[in-house]
Ligand binder design. Structure first.
Ligand SMILES: CC(C)(COP(=O)(O)OP(=O)(O)OC[C@H]1O[C@@H](n2cnc3c(N)ncnc32)[C@H](O)[C@@H]1OP(=O)(O)O)[C@@H](O)C(=O)NCCC(=O)NCCS
Length: 163
């Protein structure tokens, strides 16, 4: 597996992976605007054998807050550590940017994603009722606090309530 910054050439395959992964898949235009946004960071995982896109993940940041907007792995490459490698790379980039946390929303019934995030230290911090449509479902908010080495102290999390 090769990790590299996601590029425009990855978008058509990413749209296929979206259709195989989500009931509300992103169209190409969403990827175009994310990749053009200077406050977004997206990583692609390619199969080293044939250069095929295996999966991708990315976040947007505002000040010291990071929001993971998307992560997906093509079905034939799942349970092989691809998402783990992508998440590790995102966390490393978030630390380099000095972000205080990474956060995301996940469908309450998306057991694989919930399991993946908890392995990486994301904690459930809230629930948005009926956030998703087709099918209607709650979103679980999960946050991973980051500890930039220079800070040396725990980031403030007084407003985060465990659920
Ligand atoms: C969620 C998703 C990204 C995981 O990708 P992946 O490359 O298969 O994940 P990994 O192989 O890195 O898995 C790492 C760990 O996550 C957990 N996990 C991943 N998939 C799981 C599953 N189907 N069931 C239970 N646990 C799972 C396991 O703990 C796993 O470690 P293990 O394989 O050693 O048991 C993938 O299933 C996917 O693309 N799903 C559709 C899109 C999606 O739901 N994205 C998240 C939106 S919030």
């Amino acid at each position: 597996m090769k990790l590299l910054p996601m590029e425009a050439r990855h978008i058509s395959r990413a749209v296929e992976i979206e259709r195989l992964s989500f009931p509300d898949p992103w169209p190409a235009s969403f990827f175009v605007s994310e990749l053009e946004n200077p406050f977004c960071r997206y990583i692609a995982a390619e199969d080293e054998a044939d250069g095929r896109l295996m999966g991708y993940a990315g976040f947007q940041y505002v000040l010291d807050e990071g929001y993971i907007n998307n992560i997906a792995v093509s079905p034939e490459y799942r349970r092989k550590g691809v998402a783990s490698a992508l998440l590790e790379a995102l966390i490393e980039m978030a630390l380099e940017l000095g972000l205080s946390f990474l956060t995301l929303e996940v469908r309450a019934g998306n057991a694989p994603a919930l399991a993946l995030y908890s392995v990486f230290g994301f904690k459930p911090v809230g629930r948005r009722k009926s956030y998703y449509e087709r099918p209607r479902e709650d979103a679980i908010l999960m946050t991973r606090l980051l500890k930039p080495e220079k800070a040396g102290s725990e980031p403030a999390n007084d407003n985060i309530e465990e659920i």
